[in-house]
Design a protein around this ligand. Structure first.
Ligand code: ZN
Length: 184
């Protein structure tokens, strides 16, 4: 694990210095979910608050491993991820928020079932890279970071980066045969 990875692992929402509020999660077909989010200034107080809110909303949502700004109605490029409690997780970086994130390297495509809080009734088989390098900046400080993610965390990152580009997992399935009613 690189030094940059360590920085992401060490990050926690306490660094934001503001308490998060639990927000309502927007559902498809709300137009904010299909619009590409804009690049943000991660040092703006409103963005720091949004970062805290995303983490707080993820925390109270059972089984939620990531949440992107468009899912709480804000069309911008920010998301949080935390796969640490998920049974499919191997390696991970704990809780983190990334702004203006982009995939800079990816490899080894793998198909797996995915769900989304904004598409509560469906799941789908989606092919994703099982290893990737992501670059972004931290909220508050605006510090640039890069992390190498694999397996389930890599999948969660790609799902959230997609949200920031206005894409849902339904845009990534190979067809109707790869979409399923959610069993709960
Ligand atoms: Zn989602």
């Amino acid at each position: 694990m690189s030094e940059a990875d360590d920085r992401v692992t060490a990050w926690s929402e306490a660094e934001l210095g503001v308490p998060g509020r639990v927000l309502d999660v927007v559902r498809a077909p709300d137009v904010v979910l299909s619009s590409a989010g804009g690049e943000i200034d991660p040092t703006r107080p409103a963005m720091v608050q949004l970062a805290a809110d995303l983490v707080a909303t993820m925390r109270v949502s059972p089984g939620c491993v990531g949440l992107a700004a468009p899912q709480v109605g804000v069309g911008c490029r920010m998301f949080c991820v935390d796969v640490s409690a998920h049974p499919k997780t191997k390696g991970h970086h704990g809780t983190f928020v990334l702004c203006n994130a982009e995939v800079v390297e990816s490899s080894r495509n793998e198909k797996a079932r995915e769900g989304c809080m904004s598409v509560p009734d469906l799941t789908g088989d989606v092919k994703r890279a099982s290893r990737l390098v992501v670059r972004g900046v931290l909220p508050g400080t605006g510090e640039p970071v890069e992390l190498t993610a694999s397996a389930f965390e890599a999948r969660a990152l790609q799902h959230e980066i997609d949200h920031c580009a206005g894409l849902l997992f339904l845009d990534r399935v190979s067809g109707a045969h790869a979409v399923y009613a959610r069993q709960t």
